[in-house]
Ligand binder design. Structure first.
Ligand SMILES: Cc1cc2nc3c(=O)[nH]c(=O)nc-3n(C[C@H](O)[C@H](O)[C@H](O)COP(=O)(O)O)c2cc1C
Length: 409
């Protein structure tokens, strides 16, 4: 997550989870954000201002009544890119919902017109109370965003009901989405596929490939941060489920085909970053095959091509993005693939180039448009490559929306 140059006001109110906000300040700063911490009266009883001052590297505000900072509530409310309240107590949420502004934090919230993200944390019965629920509904109706609470252990013991503040990493991801969501991807349904698939030779052996899933996972994260509703269909991968993304795990190319077929009719964008196994054994043995005594032949047949065989399920205005991993002559092969599979964009990379292709964290790609344009993206992290690909997806959506005919050239 990167938030360079972003200014975040972090409000901390009086719950046990205030200790987790110390980690949150660290994470926000590691992401490049400037953080101004504002403590409510309750918040200051749990973690002292000195701790937050040391962590944020900036003075910590606790009062409306500070000489020399008479209008800091208005200044902070207007200057911040994001106001984030974590933890948000039942009391803080109630005061914010009613427009009470009897301390610095609630005064900032009342003067705020830009994005606000709230991370409730409280006893599960306090959270479930109709008053708290009505107060949260009032904040959501105002356009504020909430993250959590999660189910899990609370200060007073384990609970099966929501109440626990979301983890700092989850809050950080939601902060990124609050800051980066924007048209045209905001609210769109994006389907991403990632990773390899596996074809069983027998119950313990598989045919697969070296795909790590990294490119697809970075795309899913980036599309979610731009505001899309993202479903990621992933073959076996050690990548961690991205925050906010619905992840469906699959094994074989047939499984991947089934999920894509089910999701494609409701998708605005498909990004096929998976590397499905192209062959499957003609026979998958029900028991482990014995080790061969001598050279042996394995009969293989091609698996179903997912992009071609699901073509009739695509919505007419959907944007199709394919990936072409080649070893030599990549651009020409990719152009043929783009035409044959009726895609809008093909992301081409060469597996033989150092630092590009499968397993590594970096890539160097060329993004081909159906119109003939080609954008070369130099060697960089897959996180940055994902952003570059989504920029081109936005170009295609934008052109379609303004009905500018896409001409070759
Ligand atoms: C030990 C302790 C833990 C508390 N934890 C929470 C909590 O997690 N969530 C909550 O809503 N209130 C919690 N409270 C109650 C709030 O601290 C109380 O409502 C306070 O008035 C909130 O003040 P504030 O709005 O200035 O932050 C806790 C109180 C105590 C004494």
């Amino acid at each position: 997550m990167r938030l360079p140059g972003r200014h975040v006001v972090l409000g901390v109110s009086g719950g046990i989870a205030a200790y987790k906000s110390c980690i949150l300040v660290r994470r926000l700063r590691e992401a490049g954000a400037t953080v101004d911490v504002v403590l409510s009266r309750g918040g200051a009883r749990f973690v002292g201002p000195l701790t937050f001052e040391a962590l944020s590297g900036r003075p910590v505000a606790t009062s409306l009544w500070t000489p020399g900072a008479a209008l800091s509530h208005i200044r902070l409310a207007q200057q911040a890119d994001l106001v984030l309240v974590a933890p948000a107590t039942a009391n803080l949420i109630a005061r914010a919902a009613l427009g009470i502004s009897d301390d610095l934090l609630t005064a900032i919230l009342l003067a705020r017109t830009g994005p606000v993200l709230v991370a409730p944390a409280m006893n599960d019965r306090m959270f479930d109370h109709p008053t708290t629920q009505a107060n949260i509904a009032a904040l959501l109706a105002r356009g504020w965003v909430t993250v959590g609470p999660d189910v899990g252990s609370l200060a007073e013991g384990d609970s099966e009901a929501p109440g626990r503040m979301s983890e700092p990493e989850t809050i950080l991801a939601h902060a990124g989405r609050c800051l980066d969501r924007r048209p045209p991807l905001n609210g769109r349904r994006v389907l991403v596929t990632a990773g390899p698939t596996r074809e069983a030779l027998d119950p313990v052996r598989v045919l697969t490939n070296r795909s790590s899933g990294k490119m697809g996972y970075r795309l899913a994260e980036a599309a979610w941060r731009r505001g899309a509703d993202v479903t990621l269909v992933s073959g076996p991968s050690s990548q961690v489920d991205p925050v906010g993304v619905e992840v469906r795990r699959v094994e074989s190319t047939a499984d991947l085909h089934r999920e894509v077929s089910a999701l494609l009719p409701s998708s605005d964008v498909l990004m096929m970053a998976a590397a499905p196994a192209d062959f499957q054994p003609v026979e998958s043995a029900p028991l482990k095959r014995p080790k061969p005594e001598q050279e042996t032949m394995l009969a293989l047949r091609p698996t179903k091509d997912i992009l071609s065989s699901t073509r009739e399920l695509r919505r007419g205005d959907a944007v199709m993005v394919g990936f072409a991993l080649e070893t030599g002559g990549a651009i020409e092969k990719a152009r043929r693939k783009l035409e044959a599979k009726a895609m809008d964009l093909v992301v081409v990379n060469d597996a033989l180039e150092p630092g590009a292709g499968v397993e590594v964290d970096t890539n160097r790609v060329v993004i081909l448009h159906r119109t003939g344009e080609a954008k070369t993206v130099p060697l960089q992290s897959k996180t940055d490559i994902a952003e570059a690909i989504l920029d081109e997806v936005e170009v295609v959506i934008g052109r379609r929306a303004s009905a500018v005919p896409e001409t070759a050239g």
